[in-house]
Design a protein around this ligand. Structure first.
Ligand SMILES: [Zn+2]
Length: 198
């Protein structure tokens, strides 16, 4: 992993690569899920450690980074919290941003070709694409999507003619490492519980 993340490309180069690859797929995927009250994102301790490892290189440089989650979508009957049936997605794998991704203190762009390739590999192993995630380092101060994050997702909703998109956000500083899951709707932003499983 250190090898693939050792180069930080310029904004221009990364954006060019990103835009060239954008039409090919997953960077823009939108899932439809409108049962916003009962959604959970599940992630194991071990998978969370993988996510932390991918963030560390950039965190210590105070740069954003990003990637994807793969796993399985869970039907309502699969999770039972007492008497309440909920549904969600279980993260089983973390896909990194790719060697030619762009990182700055306030932006990151995926290197989409290798990212998409990794997702295709995961799918051929029976996993499903869940969502994009990105890291806000230190200076953001808290776990919260930025206005820019929400605006960018809403442009995607418009283009893809969808109502809502799942996205995940990591906030990390010296003391904290927090993962949030959000449904960005055309008019509202829903925050979903993240459950860390053993
Ligand atoms: Zn952001």
């Amino acid at each position: 992993m250190a090898e693939t993340q050792g180069t930080i490309y310029t904004h221009e180069e990364a954006l060019r690569l990103h835009n060239e690859a954008k039409a090919k797929g997953y960077g823009r995927i939108v899932e439809d899920y409108t049962d916003t009250d009962n959604f959970r994102l599940l992630i194991s301790e071990a998978t969370l450690d993988t996510l932390k490892a991918q963030c560390t290189f950039f965190l210590i440089r105070r740069l954003e980074t990003c990637g994807g989650f793969v796993g399985r979508w869970i039907n309502p009957e699969r999770i039972d919290e007492g008497t309440k049936k909920v549904w969600g997605a279980e993260v089983l794998g973390v896909i990194d941003c790719g060697a030619r991704a762009f990182h700055s203190p306030a932006h990151s762009y995926l290197d989409l070709d290798p990212y998409n390739e990794r997702i295709r590999e995961a799918e051929s192993n029976g996993l499903e694409y869940i969502c994009f995630w990105h890291l806000h380092p230190f200076h953001y101060g808290q776990l919260a999507l930025s206005h820019g994050d929400v605006a960018e997702i809403r442009i995607g909703l418009e283009e893809d003619k969808k109502d809502i998109q799942l996205t995940a956000l990591v906030y990390a500083d010296n003391e904290r490492f927090e993962l949030g899951a959000y449904g960005v709707h055309r008019e509202k932003v829903f925050r979903y519980p993240v459950k860390v499983t053993p």
